[in-house]
Design a protein around this ligand. Structure first.
Ligand code: ZN
Length: 86
């Protein structure tokens, strides 16, 4: 349940912030574990990851510019709306 996140579990905002490192493979194992645990319970972030994979395939790489801060904010707004609807 997304609403049952405790302090040890990753938030959607954390996940979005770490997605570049996740794809680059530079995420520490413990963080990666939390990242994937969050994905297992959050359809919003799963969709986000799929979009990122598509973006990487199109651009061939993922840069900081690919995920502009305002894009992150928009995505987080979308996540919040999904949770309300859930
Ligand atoms: Zn999430």
């Amino acid at each position: 349940m997304v609403n049952d996140l405790n302090n040890n579990e990753m938030s959607c905002q954390e996940l979005v912030e770490l997605v570049t490192e996740y794809f680059e493979g530079t995420l520490p194992p413990t963080e990666r574990e939390r990242f994937e645990a969050h994905l297992g319970q959050c359809s919003g972030c799963t969709n986000y990851l799929q979009q990122m994979r598509h973006t990487i395939q199109v651009l061939g790489k993922l840069t900081e510019e690919t995920i502009a801060p305002q894009t992150q904010a928009e995505l987080l707004q979308i996540f919040r709306n999904w949770k309300k609807a859930a």
